[in-house]
Design a protein around this ligand. Structure first.
Ligand code: TRP
Length: 357
């Protein structure tokens, strides 16, 4: 298949993937890999913004994320899944792009500001922390990606990326000041101006029934959870003060109950869903227990093939082999961009070929 529309996206490795990742991003990637030239990055260098003192953990988490992504259906024959730290062009472009961005512009990024607040870093963050946002522009532009499937929180990084691309094209490729974004490539710009492809279903609520599903809150369901663990976790979901027993009378709004987000996302039988909702609303002999059972079964149905696939990747050597071939593809793509960049930016003197051993 020949695809001209390139897609790049990535994650900072934080450990095993959970069904919140599936709903928020991986599911979409599994679709996109069928029709697009896809690159999926494991942002292990970005992980050093907060974990520079835990290199072995980051190393292990990088492999774990790859293993789970493969289990979830990322197909290494179709998409390239690769390690940020093993693609030199990404760091090289970060250096150059940092020169094109006013320092104050980088620091104005709302997602960056949020992270510094949430992580309680105040004035104690590394120089590399804000630099990671510039690194992310390099991750994207190194592939001359056209679109970047991400969550809402990443949109400011995409805006920064678009600014870098425009500035580069204008400064080094003679693209006129007033050029429209979509004309940059045809006007001789090295970079297409990438767009953020923001997922509709933002975030799955966690099994605490309250917060976003997230490792740090211990409210997750992982691909590696057994069928029994899934049942237990769903069984414990707190459904609010209105937790319903089959015998409870009265009208209840299902949208107040976090279980119904799970029902919407994981159960595909629309008629059955409508019936459950209707009975629940009216208090027609249905409690949370019945909904929980349906949800747990549906999640197990989704996870079963993933558990199965995960077994093929149990051995680190098998995962590393996939990562190596993905990284080789990423190197080939980004070296090509780097050649184009160096030629116009005046930094190119010699040709080079990179190989992995
Ligand atoms: N910042 C992203 C996150 O933490 C990870 C990331 C790094 C990324 N480089 C990227 C996402 C490039 C999209 C494109 O989730």
């Amino acid at each position: 298949m020949s695809h001209t529309h390139r897609i790049l996206t990535g994650d900072t490795p934080t450990g095993n993937l959970h069904i919140g990742h599936w709903v928020g991003s991986v599911r979409r990637r599994v679709e996109l890999q069928e029709t697009h030239d896809c690159y999926f990055l494991i942002a292990n260098l970005h992980a050093y913004t907060t974990r520079a003192d835990a290199p072995q953990d980051v190393h292990r988490d990088s492999i774990e994320v790859a293993r789970d992504a493969l289990a979830m259906g990322i197909d290494p024959e179709k998409a390239a899944i690769f390690l940020q730290s093993e693609v030199p062009a990404l760091s090289e472009l970060t250096y150059l792009f940092a020169m094109l961005l006013p320092f104050n512009r980088v620091m104005r990024n709302p997602t960056l500001k949020d992270e510094l607040t949430v992580k309680g870093l105040a004035d104690n963050y590394s120089f590399g922390f804000p630099l990671y946002t510039v690194g992310q522009t390099a991750d994207i532009l190194a592939f001359r990606a056209h679109s970047v499937p991400v969550g809402e929180d990443q949109v400011p990084h995409l805006e920064l990326t678009r600014e870098v691309a425009r500035r580069f094209n204008k400064t080094y490729c003679g693209v006129p000041d007033k050029a429209l974004d979509e004309d940059h490539e045809s006007l001789g710009g090295v970079f297409p101006i990438p767009v953020a492809d923001v997922g509709k279903i933002g975030r799955l609520v966690g099994t605490d029934g309250q917060n976003k599903m997230s490792k740090s809150l211990d409210n997750t369901i992982h691909v590696i959870d057994s069928a029994k663990q899934v049942k237990q976790k769903i069984g414990k979901i707190y459904t609010g003060q209105d937790s319903r027993q089959p015998t409870d009378p009265g009208i209840i709004d299902p949208d107040e109950n976090p279980l119904f987000q799970y029902l919407d996302v994981f159960v595909h039988d629309e008629a059955m869903k409508a019936d459950i909702r209707d009975r629940y609303e009216r208090g027609d002999n249905i409690g949370d227990g019945e909904v929980k059972m349906l949800v747990a079964d549906a999640i197990n149905e989704l996870l079963e093939p993933m558990r199965e696939r995960r077994r093929q990747y149990e051995d680190d050597a098998v995962v590393l082999k996939v990562l190596k071939s993905g990284t080789a593809r990423a190197i080939a793509a980004t070296e090509q961009t780097l050649d184009m960049v160096k030629e116009v930016a005046g930094t190119g003197f010699f040709a080079r070929t990179l190989t992995l051993n």
